[in-house]
Design a protein around this ligand. Sequence first.
Ligand SMILES: [Ca+2]
Length: 247
Amino acid sequence: MGRAGPLTRLLLAVTAGAVLATLAGPTAAGAAVSLGQTGAPTRGCGSGAYLIQSATDGPPSYAVPSGAYGVITSWSFQGYSAGAGPGTGRLFVWRPTAAPNQFIYVDSTRPEIFTGGAVRTFATRLSVQVGDVLGMVAPEPCLLGLPGQPAGDQVRYFLSPTEPATGSQQTTTGLLSAERILVAAKVEPDSDRDGFGDETQDLCPTRASTAGPCHSQRTAAIKKCKKKLPKGPKRRKCIKRARKLPG
Ligand SMILES: [Ca+2]
């Protein structure tokens, strides 16, 4: 091979920039990350097929990374712009097992209506664990399967006339190679494991007992001292003790 052409050099520079941006970004501190990818769908998804992105040949990953994750707080999809129209679909989350063709059904979103040719993002709240992968059920085209896709991209699927129960283990009956489900999701940390994403859904990410504002123990205790005790040394002592509580 000869020297890298201008386009190759540009791509290398862009890639290097993206890597630096990633390293410099807040992801290392456990900020929200994006899973999967959107794009113009090119292949049908089979109207009732439960699709699972069981493997990817390269980034972006469809699996929840290690860390304090989390909760899927939104998901995105670009509707098909021809044929029967953009249609509807749901995001599913699956937990891999030791058997490559068996997955535990974790949770799913409600059906959402897509927009043809445009990416739409939908709010949701799905608790996930490290290693959980994205899946989808959509009657309209939702797969990317253009020639040249790496063979290591794998979508497993099964058909079911009724929806499986959450928590149930399902066996996939089909395997599509060189395919990606064009669905993306945002997963946020959930440090207190209360099922609310710490960045956009949980106003008190340090306490599992509430997703509302953190009530300061200190403020509450000082208030109690003032209500309970008349002005004097007892009240001052009470307040002094209360000031040592977490704010
Ligand atoms: Ca939380």
